[in-house]
Design a protein. Structure first.
Length: 260
């Protein structure tokens, strides 16, 4: 995330605690994540209503449920995608990212967090296809449809949602930690070398993805509650409402609080 670093963290009490943690030998990932969430609380509150995050989740959920229709190509066309039988899985993912980027341009207030939503969408799709990103070049539209069809049950949709929010949460926290981490590498710091700091960031990614399990069951119940099996269409408003609750749940989970 160094390409969007905006300088060191402000010296609020929460960030002071975080910098102190990073100087400890083998800092605890869970504690670092919790302190980062506290320091970034204002931004996390903003993310509940962030239009780009809401749009990215809406687009992901609409494409994931489009395979329930008799005409997947027509359904994706309604979303602004240009898809034919010859379109590759990579092209579909690339077009979805282009749509999110267009939305980012319309909402510059999302800043780098809009870009994170685009990257989280891509990672979630790549993971459900079960391939590395580079392998998508050789995969067909049919391969993508098969992968998406596995996500149409309530339970599988919960798994897809967990992947999306887990990656987004990881990028959000790492955005802040990455500002400070380079100043805590060395013999007298928490990380002996760059490799040790990279390993820690990998552990933070894993922890965030595990934390996102809190939204998995919620997503399954949400899909069932609104009976999208019959209606077939998730509205932008419904998706944004889901995002608001999901981000609140993630924040509470990180800070060891309880939300209904």
């Amino acid at each position: 995330m160094g390409h969007i670093r905006l300088g060191r963290l402000h010296k609020s009490q929460s960030w002071k605690h975080l910098t102190a943690l990073l100087d400890l030998a083998a800092p605890d990932v869970e504690t670092v994540a919790s302190m980062t969430a506290k320091g970034a609380r204002e931004r996390l509150l903003d993310l509940r209503s962030d239009p780009v995050l809401g749009y990215a989740f809406w687009l992901l959920s609409r494409v994931a449920t489009a395979v329930r229709s008799d005409d997947f190509i027509a359904e994706t066309g309604h979303l602004g995608l240009t898809v034919t039988a010859e379109t590759s899985a990579f092209d579909v993912v690339a077009q979805m990212n282009d749509l999110v980027r267009t939305h980012i341009e319309r909402h510059p207030g999302s800043g780098p967090f809009g870009e994170m939503a685009s990257l989280a969408l891509r990672r979630a799709l790549v993971e459900i296809v079960g391939l590395s990103q580079s392998s998508l070049f050789g995969r067909t539209l049919g391969d993508l449809e098969v992968a998406l069809r596995r996500q149409t049950t309530d339970k599988a949709f919960g798994d897809l949602t967990r992947r999306f929010f887990g990656d987004y949460l990881s990028r959000t926290l790492r955005f802040y930690v990455d500002k400070e981490l380079p100043f805590h590498i060395g013999a007298d710091s928490g990380f002996a070398d760059v490799d040790a700091s990279a390993d820690f960031m990998g552990e933070l990614d894993t922890y965030c993805r595990q934390t996102a399990r809190i939204v998995e069951a919620f997503a399954s119940d949400w899909l069932s509650k609104y009976d999208f099996h019959e209606a077939g269409h998730i509205s932008r408003e419904q998706a944004q409402g889901f995002v608001a609750v999901a981000v609140a749940k993630l924040e509470a989970e990180l800070e060891h609080e309880v939300v209904a």
